[in-house]
Structure formats: C-alpha cells, structure tokens
Ligand binder design. Structure first.
Ligand SMILES: C[S@@+](CC[C@H](N)C(=O)[O-])C[C@H]1O[C@@H](n2cnc3c(N)ncnc32)[C@H](O)[C@@H]1O
Length: 338
C-alpha cells in the first residue's frame, strides 16, 4: 500500500510550540527540512501570511506527493523539493532561498511511513526489510542484516539504539540468515531475548538501530544542523523536534556548543526542553517522546552578507550559471527585504 492511500493520518507534533519557537512572522522565509505530510508547513504558511515563503524538503518522494496535495492552496508561496536535508545549503542556493528567518527539523518518520507495511519500518506489520526513506538509496535493512558480520551487527545495534542485548541478537541473526521480512526479524529477536516483558516491544531498539543505519540519520543530522546555522539570517530561529535520546543528544550538544563559545553563533531560546502536554499525548500517543529545542542566530548583517557570499561560491552555485554580480545583487535585494 502506498503512503498516499493511507493519507491523511499524520498528526503534527507540538505545532503551536513550533510556531512560537520559530517566531513566525508575516512575510518571513522558512524552511521545513522534514516536510512529511505538510502539517507543520501548513501552520507556518498560515502564520507567515501575507507574503511568507516556505521551502519544504523531504527525502521521501511519497511524502512530497502528499504534501503537494495538502499545500495546494499555498502553491504560490511553497516550494517543495524531494531531496535529503544533508544537501540543505545546495538546495537553498540553487533556489535562491536566503536569508532564512527560521528552519525546522521534525525528525524521524511520519505515521504514514510507519504504517506502510511495504516500507518495512515497523515491527508491528509484516513486510520486506527495506527501511529506506528514498528508493534512490542503495542499501536496505535486509542488505545490512544479511551481509554484516556478527561483530558488526552487534556494534551497529548497540551504537544506534543502546540495546543491552545487542550481542545475543546479532548471534541469533547470524544463525537465522537469510532474513528478508520484518516478521522474521521480530521472531529472531524474540528467540534471542524473549518476548514482550513491559511496555516496550523487544524489537523496538533493533528496528530503530537499523533505520538509523540505513538512512545515516545521525550523520545527516549533524551535517544539516551546521548548514542550517550558516543559512539563518539575523535573529533567525532553528527549531528541532527529536524523538529518541541519540538524536536529542546531538541537538542538545550542538546548540550548547554553538551558544557557549566567546564568538557564539546561537542563543538558546528554551534552556529547558519543550515536551508535549498530557492532552496532546492523549490525542496523539506518538508525540509522547517528542522533545523540542530552539535557538536564535546571532549575526550582524555585514557578517551574514560575507558568509553567504562565501558559501554560495563554495557550494558551486557558479557552476549552476550564477555570475558574481548577479549573486551580489540577489544578496543586496535579500538584505533590503524586511
Ligand atoms: C516526523 S515526519 C515530519 C512530519 C511533518 N512535520 C508533518 O507535519 O507532517 C519526518 C519526515 O522527515 C523526513 N526525513 C527524515 N530524514 C530526512 C532527511 N535526512 N532528509 C529529508 N527528509 C527526511 C521523513 O521522510 C518524514 O517524512
């Protein structure tokens, strides 16, 4: 079943808190790096009207199709791009989308992706062990499960999920190979460490680890956070919603580091992490692990002008046909805008 047939059931998480943390204003220019079904994007477009612009990015072409439908009414203000957010800077310069007033990352998967058994993300549905966000990616979860050595598998599971039984699980995987479906993997994990004991299913952590590995989630997040800070204009806001401790640790450490130095580039907006209310968790149980962190860019107009000019050339905009005087003119125009 395709994602489109399952739409629309993804409920955006911490929407009001996101709009507040992004300080969305009419006429502002925003990037949603994890467009999904366009829930946050629609809220950003509503609050930035009139004159707001949104660049929406998603690695999953199915998500882009759904968001295109949902955001049809805003088509003049929204530009939706099917790409990985690890290419954030290149995308912005290619589409002349700067300076930016706010950048959002709502990490992980949408409910639609999780519920689509053909994608293999969930241990609750039987399906092929795929787990790729984009069909353009080469390596699937089955490739990893069936080709890594026992030591490599144990290391991957431990590193990307902090699973205490990683060695036992890896040992059983090796014994049961080839493993091609989610159900086969669930059964293998249950044989290794037993069935459900508390609220957490025994396959939860291994599935998380595989998904992170297949999509290089942590590496891409680190790269994109650095690029996002460079793209933000004066007082621009960076907002990240994460759903597990490995992601949240990266975001927390990044924001703390960038706000601590003498020449700090960020100022923390919320020193304490923002989490959903009980009412939101009741309405949308998938929001329960969400953590929102936000920071504001500290930069002068002069510094921004210089950094952006340097970046434009370093990401090869010239190769795309831009000439230096034209670029400088674009930057000047961008800076005279509100
Ligand atoms: C939690 S969902 C976002 C839901 C969205 N905020 C909404 O309101 O509908 C996360 C989305 O980010 C996308 N995603 C995850 N990692 C990505 C990456 N590295 N590059 C681009 N998109 C990514 C996923 O495909 C998924 O659609």
């Amino acid at each position: 079943m395709s994602l489109k047939m399952l739409a629309p059931t993804h409920i955006p998480v911490l929407v009001n808190e996101t709009i507040k943390a992004l300080a969305v204003q009419p006429g502002g220019r925003y990037i949603d790096c994890t467009l999904g079904s366009g829930g946050h994007a629609a809220a950003i477009l509503d609050h930035s009207s009139p004159g707001g612009q949104l660049l929406g990015i998603d690695a999953d072409p199915e998500a882009i199709k759904i968001a295109e439908e949902r955001l049809e009414a805003y088509s003049g203000s929204a530009l939706l791009i099917n790409d990985n957010f690890t290419n954030l800077q290149t995308i912005c310069f290619k589409y002349d989308f700067f300076p930016v007033h706010g950048i959002l990352f709502d990490l992980g998967l949408s409910s639609l992706q999780l519920e689509d058994r053909g994608r293999g993300f969930s241990f609750q549905h039987d399906g092929p062990l795929d787990m790729r966000l984009s069909p353009d990616q080469e390596v699937t979860a089955a490739d990893i499960i069936n080709t890594y050595s026992q030591v490599e598998l144990a290391h991957l599971i431990k590193t990307y999920s902090e699973e205490g039984y990683s060695r036992k699980i890896a040992q059983h995987i090796i014994k049961q190979r080839p493993i091609e479906t989610t159900l086969q993997l669930v059964q293998t994990i249950e044989q290794a460490i037993g069935g459900r004991r508390g609220k957490i299913h025994p396959a939860t952590k291994t599935f998380q680890a595989l998904r992170i590995a297949v999509n290089q989630e942590l590496e891409h997040l680190k790269t994109a956070l650095r690029q996002a800070v460079d793209l933000l204009g004066f007082n621009g806001r960076l907002v990240v919603i994460s759903y597990h401790s490995l992601e949240d640790r990266i975001v927390k450490q990044f924001m703390q580091q960038e706000s601590r130095a003498d020449n700090a580039r960020l100022r923390l907006i919320n020193k304490k992490v923002i989490t959903p209310s009980q009412a939101e968790v009741q309405l949308n149980p998938r929001s329960r692990s969400a953590k929102l962190r936000a920071a504001e860019r500290i930069i002068t107009k002069d510094e921004y002008f210089k950094t952006t000019e340097k970046l434009c050339f370093s990401v090869g905009v010239e190769a795309g046909g831009w000439r230096r005087p034209a670029l400088l003119e674009r930057l000047r125009r961008a800076f005279s805008a509100p």
